[in-house]
Design a protein around this ligand. Sequence first.
Ligand SMILES: Cc1ncc(COP(=O)(O)O)c(C=O)c1O
Length: 393
Amino acid sequence: MRFAARVEYLGGGSVRAWDIHNAGKEAQARGEDVIVLSVGDPDFATPAPIIDTAITALKDGDTHYTTVAGRHELRKAIADHQNQRTGQKLDEDNVLIVAGTQNGLFSACQCLFGPGDEVIVLEPAYLTYEATVGSTGATLVRAPATSDGLFRPDIEALEKCVTPRTRGILFANPCNPTGVVFSPSELEGIADIARRHNLWVVSDEVYAELVFDGHFGSTAALPGMAERTVTVASLSKSHAMTGWRIGWIIAPKELITHADNLALCSLYGIAGFIQDAALTAIKQTDQVALEMREIYQRRCQVLCDHIDHAPGLVCLRPASGMFALVDVRGTGLSAHEFAWGLFKAEGVSVLDASAFGPSAEGYVRLAFTVGEEQLAEAGRRIVRYAISLTGQA
Ligand SMILES: Cc1ncc(COP(=O)(O)O)c(C=O)c1O
């Protein structure tokens, strides 16, 4: 039997990147002493008041279809939260509730891009972007980051990627895997290109609440950008709610109408008890996200302090989020060899970051999704492995 051409894009090269993570989880399940630093799933429980809200709603029989676009109160709370953060003037009609950032990115791209279009992705880019753009039939064009090892958005390189076919720019700010938070001038550079070439901007802001110094600028807040920007985010990272699958798209009303129609024939709405829990979560964002930020920042310091003592390794300290990139080229190994070698020798699983794009070739990505003690132990094992490779103490 034949399949649609689209299935070619769904696998994508990055699917193999998870092999080491799967191997780590399987080894753990067999009872082996493995520390898994290969995935961005917070290890905390979702805060109790959020869980309690869901349980109450379930017990009250909130188990039926809901409105496809999401409940009025939740959409309004998200619009208000965004207005407070960015100074925008959004209302609930600018918000669609979706099943997490990933579902929001997919839905937005389906409504914005199609065959013959080009979509520029700032790299290093989150693994799923390739298939998300590919599934629309559009061509993904990679704009490299600066080549100074800092992985800043390279505005000149971005401009060079624009052609008459370009329809949009997609990126994560803050970035996964680098933890880079775009500066106001970098954001303005991107906005300037989008305005001059009449492009959409899809801004994945799933880590926006996890910026360590608390300062974050949304693309949509810049002059002339609200009408061409789709902001996508969720509660997955900021509230340790990855498994709840709830997030949102914030966009001009016309796009929300299209995405609502898409949701009607695909998702058919998010469970009511999850939306109620999300409302509790949104109301507590400031407090919950602050706690998460502080924990990740401390963890980051613990791990990076260890790596700083590892011969042949250079740690890129992130400004946000739950990941750090480590340059392993000084060990003489490729990132793929390093990751598998580390796993086999020391039982620590990390991701070969080249899956995020060619500019991250030679780097591995470490997640701070285990406690400080385990992170310190992972750090010691990484140092030991680096010493074994380089022969230097
Ligand atoms: C940059 C980025 N975007 C989207 C996602 C998916 O988030 P969600 O769980 O909200 O779908 C992730 C998850 O790791 C991510 O790192």
